[in-house]
Structures are given as C-alpha cells and as structure tokens.
Design a protein around this ligand. Structure first.
Ligand code: AMP
Length: 443
C-alpha cells in the first residue's frame, strides 16, 4: 500500500489524531489533545458514549485486531499521530505494527511493554539496574513456592507474572493464605498470566505515581499524583482499578522528586537503552515511599486511570506536541511542560457491586454541572437503543475539578456528584483525605 506523504512518520502535521481505548483515560487524553488549534479531529477506537460530548472527537468502529482493515482506515483518515491507551494492545505489539506502517505512535513496542506485562521481567530489569524495589523470588511450581513461603521470615506479597486486569496481586495475612494465593495462580486462576508467580517482600509506606513521557532517550515528567485503589473509605475493602486520585502529590517535595529521578527514573531509562529498547511512550512509576527511601512497586507502560483524568486538566495545549516529539524521538531535553498552578482531584462514580458483579444498562442522568474547571470523563458508558446514556462498566464516570487548594477542589467534585444519578451509584466520600483539611479524619 502506498503511504500518503502527509501521514509519514517524519511529517510535522498534527491535524488528525487517533486514540486507541475506551475508558476515562482515553476520553481525558482526547479532551487534552483537542485543545491544540493544530488538531482538527480526534478519532477514538472505540471510545465510549462520553467521547461524543468532547469537541472534535469521533468514534470509529473497527476491530484493531483486523490489521489490514485498520491500516487501510488510518491511511484513509490521514492519521498524523496515534496514542495508545491500554496495556493489552501494547503487550500484543500494536505499536510495533503501526510503526512498521510508517505511523507516528506514542506507546512502547512489545519489548518496552514488558515492563508491565511481565512482573518477573520487570523485577529482573530493576535488579540489573540497581533500582530500589522489594526483594523477590520468581517461582514456577508449587514446590518452589512452598519452600520460599514457609522458610521466609518476612511477610510476602503474591503476584501473577502477567496481565490480570489489576486483580493479580494478593496481600495475604498468613503463610497459609500466601500459599493458597500462589496455588490458585499457578493452578490457572489467570490462565497463562499465572504460569509464573512472583513472591515479593511486603514493604510499607504511602504510594505515589510518577509519569515520564519518553522519546527513547530523553524524558519529561508530568505532575505527580496519588490514587485510591481500595473500594471503601479509609482505604479499606478490595482493590479496584482506582476510585479517585489527586494531583500533584504534596508528599513529593522537589528534593525528594530529585532523588526519585536520580535513583529510579534515570536508571530505568538508561537500562532500557542498555537493553536496546527504544521506548517511545509514557512510563508509569508506581512507587512506595518507605522509611528506606522510594521503591518501585510496579511499572506500567501507559497512563494510569484515574490519574490521567486528574492530570490532563493541569496541562496546557502543548501536551499533544510533546506526545508527537516523543513519538519521533525528538524531545530536546529542555522542554518545560506548562503546568497549571492549580491542583486537581477526581472521584469515580461506580456501579454497585464493582469490582465484582454489577448491573449495566442503567440510565444515567447528569444534572447541572459547574462548567468552569470541572470535567466529566465517561469511563464506562454507552447509549441504549433509545439513545439514552446508560452504564456499561464498573467504573462509570470520572468527576474531575481544579481549584487553588484541595478543599475547594473536592467541595466542587462532591457538589457535582450530587447532580449525577443512576441506580446503584457508589463513590467514596473521602478521596484526597490526605490533602483535605475540612474532612473529618473519622471519615
Ligand atoms: P501492583 O498491581 O503491583 O501495583 O499492586 C497492587 C497494589 O498492591 C499496590 O498498589 C500496593 O498497594 C500493593 N503492593 C504491591 N506490591 C507490594 C509490596 N511488595 N509490598 C506491599 N504492598 C504491595
């Protein structure tokens, strides 16, 4: 197939952008990208019902696994830049395939995505580069698991090696629970993703998220964030994809961030280079701030959700230019990302029953929402056959606001949440409790 010169990977044109994914993360990326006046159209494959409320956005129905059709369509649409949201297509090598077809792509190839899709590989990577992380053991059999669990003097965390939709990590309270978690993984609870189990020393401390946009050699940091993974207030209950977040994370002072850059971020990028991995995309560093310093809990090869929805409103319209520079390997190392001096917070409105069973297809009513410094990004919504907005996922809407302090931010978020109605709506009332003054610590 001939390549339209306008779509070649060296073109500086930035009219037509494609985002792959269907969540709140992708809607917030689309919203941030369309702000730039060079951008005429943002296509999402597949997007969701909320995509249609965002300026310049259009959904495309096409199966990304049907590669010939996909490429034909993208040439036809003259796509100038492709941004890939979720980890599964990245792990399946979609970025490599699109680059081979001369598209500019923001998202790592299969080799870089391994930082996320193999926890044991990521741990070995960190060991090779001397990057601080919890001690670990990689095991392939129940016998090995038993030996390590019952001889270890420290509490352990059990992880399926591969992708498990955020459900592959167990934090047991006893050796028996630890062994039974390892057993269930090795016996196929997560299919092939559990052929290998990682046993990890359990470490302690608050968690923060740091995001680096990388062009293969250089990087630029986005504002830091903290999210709330647990379903219930006081950070209790099962782990979820994330119930809310805030940015920036005041816990990370400038000095501490410098330490993270020196001990973790730069060694990660250097090690990628050493391993000949040309990483063009975002690296998410999930960190724990322990009493012995920052340690990496996990890498992701994509933006976190809901951190992405929280951070995007803090960036100006140059964001898409940075994504493009990364995709071309052309960060010059002196760019400064323009970051608002406001702070941002996000609360997820979810379906009752999530992260287990929940109903879908429930009508959603959105009342009068503040229009200034407030956004609603749909996470799991669709239209029913009557064209009504309905729930279609466990996490339904991301309600995001910005203001000059976190108290004002969350006051607005919770006020807006009162305007949102669907049967079984559930959200935490204590998102951002660490940074809010006007919240009862009993909450
Ligand atoms: P992950 O999917 O690897 O980010 O793990 C999910 C959650 O499990 C993290 O956000 C932590 O709260 C917790 N976790 C993971 N690894 C450890 C560890 N080594 N020690 C303590 N908690 C952990």
């Amino acid at each position: 197939m001939s390549i339209n010169s306008k779509t070649s990977k060296n073109s500086m044109r930035l009219e037509n952008i494609l985002i792959i994914g269907n969540g709140g993360r992708e809607n917030s990326l689309a919203w941030a990208i369309q702000k730039n006046e060079l951008v005429k159209k943002v296509y999402l494959i597949p997007g969701n019902a909320g995509t249609e409320r965002i300026n310049k956005c259009e959904r495309i129905k096409i199966d990304i696994n049907n590669k010939n059709e996909l490429v034909k369509k993208l040439y036809f649409l003259n796509i100038d830049l492709i941004v890939i949201g979720p980890e599964i297509p990245l792990a399946n090598g979609i970025a490599d395939f699109l680059r081979q077809n001369e598209f500019k792509v923001f998202g790592p190839g299969k080799d870089g995505a391994k930082l996320e899709y193999s926890k044991s590989w990521a741990k070995e990577f960190m060991r090779d580069a001397n990057i601080p992380t919890a001690n670990f053991w990689k095991v392939n059999s129940l016998e090995e698991a038993k030996k390590i669990i019952y001889s270890s003097s420290m509490p352990l965390v059990v992880k399926a090696d591969g992708l498990a939709s955020g459900k592959g990590v167990f934090i047991p309270d006893s050796k028996e629970e630890c062994f039974s978690a390892a057993e269930s993984i090795l016996n196929g609870k997560f299919g092939k993703s559990g052929n290998v189990v990682v046993l990890e020393e359990k470490i302690q401390g608050p968690e923060v998220s740091v995001f680096a946009l990388c062009d293969g050699k250089k990087y630029i940091l986005l504002p830091t964030a903290q999210d709330h993974k647990r379903l219930r207030e006081k950070d209790k209950g099962p782990n979820t994809g994330g119930m809310g977040a805030y940015s920036p994370a005041p816990l990370l002072t400038e000095d501490y961030l410098d330490k993270i850059i020196k001990d973790i971020i730069e060694p990660t990028i250097n090690e990628l280079n050493k391993k000949n991995i040309d990483y063009k995309g975002v690296i998410y560093f999930g960190l724990m701030i322990t009493k012995n310093g920052p340690k990496v809990i996990e890498y992701n090869c994509r933006f976190g959700d809901p951190e992405c929805q929280t951070i995007m409103p803090l960036l100006d319209q140059n964001f898409v230019l940075l994504l493009e520079k990364c995709s071309m390997g052309k960060l010059n190392g002196i760019e400064k990302i323009n970051i608002s001096d406001k702070v941002s917070g996000c609360v997820i409105a979810s379906s009752r029953g999530y992260p287990q069973e929940y109903k879908t297809g429930l009508p959603i009513e959105i009342g009068k929402i503040d229009s200034y410094d407030c956004q609603i990004f749909d996470s799991g919504t669709s239209f029913n056959k009557n064209g009504e907005l309905v729930t279609s996922g466990g996490r339904v809407l991301s309600i995001v606001c910005q203001d000059k302090d976190f108290d004002l931010v969350f006051e607005k978020v919770y006020k807006n949440l009162k305007e949102i109605k669907f049967d079984g709506i559930y959200f935490r009332n204590d998102i951002g409790h660490q940074v809010r003054k006007n919240i009862s610590k009993e909450n």
